[in-house]
Write a protein that binds this ligand. Sequence first.
Ligand SMILES: [Zn+2]
Ligand SMILES: [Zn+2]
Ligand SMILES: [Zn+2]
Ligand SMILES: [Zn+2]
Length: 760
Amino acid sequence: MFLKRLSRNYLVGKDPRAPLFYREQGNKKFQEKEYMGATVFYSKGVSHSRPNTEDISLCYANRSAALFRLGQYEACLKDITRAQVHGYPERLQHKMMLRKAECLVTLGRLQEASQAISDLEGSFTARPTLATPQSQVLQKSLSRLKMKLQEKENLIETPPAVLSTACEEDMGLRERSEQIPSASSSVRLCTDPLKGRYLVATEDILPGQLLVREDAFVSVLNPGELPPLHHGLESEWDTRVTNGDLYCHRCLKRTLATVPCGGCSYAKYCSQECLQQAWHLYHSIECSVGGLLLTLGVFCHVALRSTLLARFEESGQVLKKLCGKIGNKDICLPESKNPMKKFPYDLGGESGENDKSIETPIPGCDTNGKYENNYNAVFNLLPHTENHSPEHKFVCALSVSALCKQLEESSMVEESSLQAPTTGLKSSKLEAAETPALCAELDIWGVAMLRHMLQLQCNAQAITTIQQTGSEERIVTDSRQVRLATAVFPVTSLLNHSCSPNTSVTFISTVACVRASQKIGKGQEILHCYGPHESRMAVAKRQQKLRSQYFFDCTCPACQNEKHRIGTGPRWEGFCCNRCRTPLQGSNVLSCGNTPCMESVRRDHLDSRLQDLQQQIGMAQKLLRKGQLEQAVPLLLGCQREAERFLCEEHTVMGEVEDNLAQAYAAAGDWQKSAAHLQKSLRVVELRHGPSSIEMGHELFKLAQVFFNGFAITEALSTIQKAEKVLLIHCGPWDDEIQELQKMKSCLLDLSPIPGGPSM
Ligand SMILES: [Zn+2]
Ligand SMILES: [Zn+2]
Ligand SMILES: [Zn+2]
Ligand SMILES: [Zn+2]
């Protein structure tokens, strides 16, 4: 009852009064020329509309107008078709058809465009009664468009430049490992009693080399950081924009033109294909329990979806087989007592000369010793049952049983229903009633879900993305990493942790790419960072975090080295001497490291000084956002002077001040000053994260933008080269920033005079 009450705070159904509200909100934004905001509101309207209603067609039509203004012509055309499919009213057709023709002309699809134009003309002549002023405006636009079409037709048609079609191939692995198909042949799976399973290099690996490329077995979009809206506050409907409004709930692609599920208002997709896939794979069952899933949290959702996906492997028998062998009750037993470990694995096939280790069965592998991205591998990830607190285990069990109870109630548990989502859910409910042995199946699901819940604390991987912050029109973009989804990657999960890892992980939609971030010698272990990185967290904090979340004591080289220096704190939080700028040392009272100087200060004094400074910076940032540069710049310059008096040169706040100054000058159009400050901030980042770190790559990208906008061609080109080199190692050639850098480069090369070339 309590959970049900909580679930009601999430509006997951379709509210028939909402489409009108959101459409009006969208229209308001549209009038203010805020087309992005308008699009999101129309999308919200769409997700609350029933299929084949005037509501849904009007929302799609209005969204097509906003997309048109944003220059997203392909998406605009799709929305026009959607509006028509759902019965767009006849009386409004002309305006939308004109928009369609305009899109087609702009896109250079001239044949279709002239067809659309003649259709429109036909409908005008067919109904000559349309002599209203409005139709006269339309007629005028039509003849303008015809001229534009003719102009385009007269131009010699150049085929659009074809971007390399090798894209997909290049993104793949050069040579696949036979043992782990989602990994490169440069790595091998090993196991030993102390480390468990881990990956090692079978040959020398170069920085930037792709080691693992795997699609998530399961992923669930994080709904966003916002709490549910309590009814009665502000307006009844949520006007906030979250990740759930901007990314496809299946493939995680960013899109402004979402298509909603026909049965609920919270699941939205980038396309009809994603919608149908999601429905087929899991959403037909999740749809009715959306509120509860949002209440219970994303781990519970991942656990449910994993078991739903298991139905599709080996005709849905995997789970039953796994559970059948050990009996339901033992599925969550601690590893030491788990009979799962003693499965007889028949490891035939060729084994290498030094493959002794493989003779003992490796959990998660199939009978041929192959480790694949499948349910068997996911099932065999460690649940660490003996390490979790009783409270945690209780909450997990309670969540799973509540979910099972509601699934039973909505009697939606059935073998995959191939029901088309747009036709609603009624008929699938009927089918469910005919499905026998419903409860027996649910038992197995529940136990498996509980196992997954326990696994997730150590094995869930956050899919992150770089999101541009600040307003759209800002020329130098700032970015931050956001958590987009929670996922399980069975191969990436094999990597052990290091606070100074030798790999970098990036994501393309739901695919994880693990690249070597430095040279890795043959036989060395492949390591990645679970979060607590040596350049982001002090050693004591890291140790505590790894112990409480992952249940181990980190003995990585970074931790070993830093242990001797415990008490001094990380370099990027250090203070320096007021008089001679030597770093200060000590705990409660800090003294100058330069012996003749004798200066000493109390820590709480420095802490409060830092607090004041951060407050000032916060104020300056607010002014910056509002575009009040005249006030922001002097305030920031004051902060800079104050920071230099007592903070170490690699202190994070020093970099922050310089970065804000760079932003302020860029906004004012003073590229030279902007670049100078950005270079200072770059030095702070370099000292902290190292010259070839991903953080450095992002900073260099920003600097390249500044030089580019200031037409400093030589500086821009050399910075682009540096940025490319760093980003390639971590993100590979198809990264957005790399693509952007290449565009800038080709633009600059067109501009710069070729030395010694013919002058024309
Ligand atoms: Zn999608
Ligand atoms: Zn739904
Ligand atoms: Zn460590
Ligand atoms: Zn001193």
